[in-house]
Design a protein around this ligand. Structure first.
Ligand SMILES: [Zn+2]
Length: 248
């Protein structure tokens, strides 16, 4: 199948399918580039016919669908847009276009509790490993008060607690940065997204973990906030401006 496309206002082509895809991958053809092949009634934008694969680490513009480096995009209420599309998106938001918001389905309180439980099982296994030095110390002390070494016991206990917190944080942060969701969330088809789009950076991922601890320290009120919020935001979602949604 051969294609024609418009480059700098001039018709170009014919090119084969593979050549057309190559031009898109190289950036010569972008989402709005008009393309046509025999049998089509009209020219159509490339993105309406083909999936645009953004370059690795790129952020997709919510309007044209093209991939850009994050710093080349502008954060808007419901995603990121390239400089060209920003006015169009702002116009759509002003006009109350609900499709700007996308059809995101927010994950509610209970499914997130289940996801946390799954993650809890995994991270507590790591926690047990860090308790080994403490258990060894306890075993050597036995029941003999003369052998009791409280400094040694205390330090191994502190090691177990600190390492459990660090390991759980690393688990959470690593999966957010690399996969966009912890295994518990992935199993249930959930992912964590930034309200203004873009990838998770390490700082934000760790920040969210500590903000999540704050949600626990508030007698879980921080988690319960999701139950009454339109966008199902927990306290840590509010602090980090994140949302938990269904879908990949
Ligand atoms: Zn754009």
């Amino acid at each position: 199948m051969t294609w024609y496309y418009v480059l700098n206002g001039q018709q170009a082509g014919p090119v084969e399918d593979s050549e057309l895809q190559g031009l898109a991958a190289s950036g010569a053809i972008v989402g709005e580039t008009l393309v046509w092949r025999a049998g089509m009634p009209n020219w159509a934008q490339f993105r309406t016919l083909f999936q645009m694969a953004p370059p690795p680490g790129a952020v997709r513009c919510m309007q044209c669908g093209n991939g850009f480096a994050e710093e080349q995009t502008i954060p808007l209420s419901y995603g990121r847009a390239c400089a060209t599309c920003k006015p169009i998106v702002l116009q759509r938001i002003r006009e109350g276009d609900v499709s700007v918001r996308g059809n995101q389905r927010y994950a509610g309180f209970w499914i997130r509790v289940v996801a946390r439980m799954i993650d809890g099982v995994i991270t507590s296994m790591a926690g047990y490993i860090f308790q080994i030095p403490m258990l060894v110390v306890m075993t050597t002390m036995g029941n003999d008060p003369a052998k009791a070494n409280f400094w040694l016991f205390g330090s191994t206990a502190a090691f177990a607690i600190i390492m459990s917190i660090v390991a759980a944080g690393y688990y959470e942060a690593w999966f957010l940065v690399k996969k966009g969701a912890t295994p518990g969330k992935m199993i249930l088809g959930l992912k964590v997204v930034r309200a203004r789009g873009g990838e998770f950076r390490w700082g934000l991922a760790w920040g969210r973990y500590f903000a999540h601890m704050l949600s626990s320290l508030t007698m879980y009120v921080g988690f319960l906030m999701a139950a009454w919020d339109e966008e199902k935001r927990t306290l840590h979602d509010r602090i980090c401006d994140t949302r938990v949604v269904f879908g990949s």
